[in-house]
Design a binder for this molecule. Structure first.
Ligand code: 13P
Length: 340
């Protein structure tokens, strides 16, 4: 492991003004996104969509420090034959790869999942490094089943332990391969639970995660955390102000994330586009924390562009303008300089 190299890549991933573009939707998930615009989920459309994003030069150069790719895209080329890896690198952006194999039912814990993909990962990472990937992502999924967080409801201690352990095993393998692991324990924001429940569960998960990372010998200087923000469930009657989300999220992070971690890049998790920008911006306006705080958004960076594109090359310019707008706004938010 070359910790100096890992640390340098991690620091570059969270350059102020920039963040990560999560374009690593699995073939199934991109199909759901394409369904919303009545577009066929075939390899050509997936390539055209992602080529449109990666050719939005100003967004990529100024606001995208790295792109998380699905395996298909890591080996794919643009229409003119330029590999996507070269296209991304030409903008000064870093190619990354989602390496988990998805969340599967966790035996013994009905309704809960465990993210799979550790078997054979060492060999896959070597191939991904050779192909140009310098960071990776693994997403653990934690669901809150009940408004109150108490015994007998999810997430169970067993699911938290299994998922954080898998994240740590993955992270150690990445570092061995000189690939920066993004560790992503996502507490889903669907459901009726209130903001305090999200806070309690997130705190439990992050505390467990940093113990596991330590036990597996992961060097925090060469990692990036990708957490959810502290928000109420989408179906909770009581929603929260931008200030409350920012303050609670910072409270949890400062209590759980060691200062050796270079950066925290949030997922958007189904938040409204503007909310995702406003929350990040408010945290950076408050300031006073040891890590860089930025974005690793999928939907919050892509959704408006997707609706502008509609699967039609005639809408290329409108889609690029929409993508640039969200990238620019989130770039400002990563410095606390966004203005509603
Ligand atoms: P969202 O920002 O759409 O949640 O996607 C980020 C991501 O990579 C989830 O794993």
């Amino acid at each position: 492991m070359n910790l100096e190299q890992l640390n340098a890549v991690a620091i570059k991933m969270v350059t102020p003004g920039k963040g990560l573009l999560a374009a690593d939707e699995s073939t199934g998930t991109i199909g759901k996104r394409f369904d919303s615009i009545n577009t066929d989920n075939n390899e050509t459309n997936r390539r055209d969509w992602r080529e449109m994003l990666f050719r939005t030069d100003k967004a990529m150069q100024d606001h995208v420090s790295g792109v998380i790719l699905f395996e298909e895209t890591l080996y794919q080329s643009a229409k003119d034959g330029t590999s996507f890896v070269d296209l991304i690198k030409s903008h000064g952006s870093i190619p990354g790869i989602k390496v988990d194999m998805g969340a599967k039912p966790l035996a013994g814990r009905p309704g809960e999942t465990i993210t799979e993909g550790l078997d054979g990962l060492r060999d896959r990472l070597k191939k991904y490094y050779a192909q140009g990937a310098r960071f990776a992502k693994w997403r653990a999924v934690i669901e809150i089943s009940h408004p109150g967080y108490a015994d007998g409801v999810t997430p169970s201690a067993g699911a938290i332990k299994a998922n954080t352990h898998a994240l740590a095993r993955y992270a150690a393998l990445c570092q061995e391969a000189n690939i920066v692991p993004i560790v992503e324990p996502e507490i889903l924001m669907g459901g009726f639970h209130g903001i305090q429940t999200c806070q309690d569960v997130t705190e439990h998960v992050l505390k467990a995660l940093y113990i596991e990372l330590w036990e597996q010998g992961v060097e925090l200087e060469g990692t990036i955390l990708k957490p959810n923000m502290i928000v109420p469930g989408k179906r909770c009657m009581v929603q929260a102000s931008v200030e409350e989300v920012a303050e609670r999220t910072l409270h949890v992070l400062t209590n759980c994330v060691p200062s050796a971690v270079p950066g925290i890049a949030f997922l958007s998790g189904g938040q409204d586009n503007i909310d995702a920008t406003a929350h990040l911006d408010m945290m950076n306006k408050i300031g006073g924390f040891p890590w860089k705080l930025t974005y690793s958004y999928g939907r919050a960076l892509q959704q408006s562009a997707l609706f502008a594109w509609k699967g039609d090359t005639a809408n290329y310019d409108a889609a690029q303008a929409a993508f640039y707008k969200r990238a620019h706004m989130n770039g400002l938010a990563s410095k606390g300089e966004w203005d509603a």
